[in-house]
Design a protein around this ligand. Structure first.
Ligand SMILES: [Zn+2]
Ligand SMILES: [Zn+2]
Length: 341
């Protein structure tokens, strides 16, 4: 089968085509496992974090990609949850131990043995992928393959971030960064919190217009202060300045949720600009989002179909995965980038 693989850790500035196209054997399912014929896989900023070594794969080469939509091709012994041809999706959670204190309390995303799709096991930048049936989710028919793909990480982890934001209907929500994830969070938040107003911080005028077209009450640059105090902010940017600036707009007792697996080092000195009185005092909180649970994915797919969410996607053939990643690195973003396989 055709696959794009990460074969070494490198900086994008040194190697703008870090993925290599290879031929791999089609995987064979073991007990409880299924093989999926991949139809679409969305591109996530986490792929850049893997390639550039901020969250390096433990073994190379590895097939990246953790927003996978396809159809069940083959079932292993004792796999009985799906039938051949069923459409399923796989997100960032590839497996967890199932027995630790986090797994048994519904926080499998925090499991010390959490394994991530496309980092710790081969993912969806390929014609086929293998997963245990318990970690695949049925995909609602409301979405095409390419529309469904970004729901599995950008959407599901965004939904987790929104849950952790602890917003009440009518409170003001800030979204910092407006790419693959937050354009889905905005649509979700408008449905769940119809009386809340949403304020979007984004760098480019195009992203700001996009946010307003989806119903944001206000959109402006990261350096601006929002016209209203925000009860929660969800930050999806890869850098620090938007966090520091955002804290100024946060209401007393408000919470800023960082939805990123890693932050880049480029502007780390922005953190020195934190003034305790202005940015943190009055019981402001900063919380991170780590990984995703199966419950997040299942609940979000169901919710997305009910809203219904309209993901904005840019489609690329699998062979152009490097180009899609390069554009993501350059922040040439409108909605989510999806590989069609
Ligand atoms: Zn992701
Ligand atoms: Zn566990």
């Amino acid at each position: 089968m055709k696959a794009m693989v990460i074969h070494k850790i490198s900086k994008f500035a040194d190697d703008s085509a870090p993925l290599r196209q290879v031929e791999l054997p089609v995987p064979e399912p073991g007990p409880g496992e299924i093989v999926i014929k991949v139809a679409a896989c969305a591109v996530c900023h986490t792929e850049l974090d893997e390639i550039e070594g901020r969250t390096p794969p433990p073994r190379l080469p590895v097939v990246p990609g953790h927003q996978v939509v396809g159809r069940v091709e083959k079932m292993g012994p004792s796999a009985k949850r799906f039938q051949a041809g069923d459409r399923v999706g796989v997100g960032w959670i590839f497996s967890s131990c199932g027995t630790c204190e986090f797994c048994v309390s519904g926080n499998e995303n925090l499991c010390p043995e959490f394994r991530a799709t496309g980092r710790d096991a081969n993912g969806g930048y390929a014609e086929y992928m293998l997963v245990h049936e318990d970690y695949a989710a049925p995909v609602p028919s409301a979405f095409s393959d390419v529309e469904a793909a970004p729901l599995l990480c950008a959407g599901a982890v965004g939904y987790r971030a929104l849950r952790l934001a602890n917003l009440q209907d009518g409170q003001n929500l800030g979204l910092s960064g407006f790419g693959g994830s937050n354009h889905l969070v905005l649509q979700t938040a408008r449905f769940l919190y119809p009386r809340s107003r949403i304020f979007v911080f984004a760098r480019s005028p195009g992203e700001q217009e996009f946010a307003l077209s989806l119903g944001a009450a206000w959109a402006g640059d990261f350096t601006r202060r929002s016209p209203r105090r925000l009860h929660a902010i969800i930050d999806t940017t890869p850098v620090w300045q938007p966090v520091v600036e955002g804290l100024r707009s946060l209401a007393p007792g408000g919470r800023l949720v960082i939805n990123a697996i890693r932050k880049e080092e480029v502007d780390k000195d922005s953190l020195l600009k934190i003034d305790y009185a202005e940015h943190l005092w009055m019981e402001k909180e900063i919380k991170s989002v780590a990984n995703v649970t199966r419950r997040d994915i299942a609940e979000f797919l169901d919710l997305a179909a009910r809203i219904p969410i309209r993901p904005e996607v840019q489609v690329y053939p699998l062979e152009q995965a490097n180009q899609a990643l390069a554009e993501l690195k350059d922040r040439k973003i409108r909605g989510a980038k999806v590989l069609r396989i």
